[in-house]
Design a protein around this ligand. Structure first.
Ligand code: BYC
Length: 311
């Protein structure tokens, strides 16, 4: 072990954060660039299914809060891209990886938002899953990632409550609204459970990520915590989770649950989900249409540098 590696491992053991200028193993850098950039892409692509409902939100209040949520997600994406840049990769490179299909984004955003209740279900389940996964990331060993996660988690908690409140309102409404609420829960439940990633014995990055304290809990541990919380919360809504096998296990003090359709997960992750093509096309189009903004910003920055150099 070279001296730098010893210092690095010692910091990890003592819970001292690794900062961008510190020496780090090439694989640690690679693991972080992959996870952080894919996390950033997920926030940005995640704006699309919800953005679909901004013009159709049922009241001014709902519209204003939905716009604010989608803007928060843009913010999360931007600080995660910035945090990733501290590892020595440019934003252009990471965005190119998304557009070429080399980089992934969360499987969950490849499902369609068919009714207003889907916006509630995304807030409750998708943001709920995101919080479960991201709160431990506030203790990730890489400083810029951990610090970005603190603010992101605060905002996600607000999103989750907003979503739950949408569903609570529908669950107390007309028969048609109750039906819409249950239908959205039925469609979003299993994809949300899959968000935590493949089972631990099929998770190639798990071991290194846990060893280097990027992840603090495995995919299956977080999935179980999420299921346990939702199994209780759904009762407040007076709705059901679409899993006949869900049952409290007194010995193990958690809810047992049914089979996860991993074939569906793999299909979605490999680009064959219901909305994969549409999502990627929308991102590429937005990027192309924003080219003039990037050019103008670069020209303005160049002009400013030029005039300050001449002073
Ligand atoms: N979807 O070895 P594994 C949000 C991939 S956005 C697609 O277990 P790892 C929000 C994985 O990338 C939520 N791909 O990996 C925004 C790997 O493939 P690669 C996003 C998935 O990294 C708007 C392969 O499967 N959150 O909060 O140890 C509105 C093997 O997996 C998925 C984050 O990104 C998936 N679900 O564990 C509302 C959190 N799962 O990269 C909400 C940060 C796995 O080798 N990320 N894969 O090609 C993480 O915590 C971890 O990266 C994961 C996966 C738990 C996701």
């Amino acid at each position: 072990m070279i001296p730098e590696e010893k210092i690095f491992e010692d910091k990890i053991a003592r819970e001292v954060r690794i900062e961008p200028r510190d020496w780090m193993p090439a694989d640690y850098r690679k693991l972080l660039i992959r996870q952080m950039s894919q996390h950033a892409h997920s926030e940005i692509v995640g704006m699309l299914p919800e953005g679909n409902w901004i013009t159709r939100a049922p009241s001014l209040r709902r519209k204003a809060t939905l716009i604010a949520k989608v803007q928060d997600e843009a913010g999360h994406g931007l600080y995660l891209y910035s945090a990733t840049e501290t590892l020595g990769i440019t934003r252009e490179e990471t965005i190119d990886q998304l557009h070429s299909g080399k980089a992934k984004y969360s499987s969950i955003f490849n499902y369609p938002t068919l009714t207003w209740a889907d916006i509630g279900a995304i807030g409750w389940l998708v943001d709920g899953a995101a919080i479960m996964n991201q709160v431990p990331l506030c203790r990730a060993s890489f400083g810029p990632y951990a610090r970005a996660m603190v603010r992101i988690c605060k905002e996600e908690s607000f999103h989750q409550r907003q979503g739950f409140e949408i569903l609570l309102t529908l669950s107390r409404g007309s028969e048609a609204q109750k039906h819409m609420c249950q239908d959205a829960i039925n469609r979003w439940w299993w994809p949300s459970v899959m968000m935590f990633g493949p089972p631990d014995d099929a998770s190639p990055h798990n071991q290194k990520s846990m060893q280097w304290k990027i992840k603090r809990f495995s995919n299956d541990e977080l999935r179980q915590k999420f299921i346990d919380v939702c199994a209780e919360q759904v009762r407040v809504l007076g709705m059901k989770l679409p899993d006949d096998k869900m049952k409290w296990n007194e010995d193990e003090q958690h809810y047992d649950f049914g089979e996860i359709n991993w074939t569906e997960f793999r299909e979605v992750v490999n680009g064959n989900g219901p909305c994969n093509k549409e999502r990627l096309e929308a991102r590429k189009k937005a990027h192309a249409e924003g080219a003039w903004v990037r050019e103008a910003a670069a020209a303005y920055a160049g002009k400013k540098n030029h005039s300050s150099n001449n002073q």
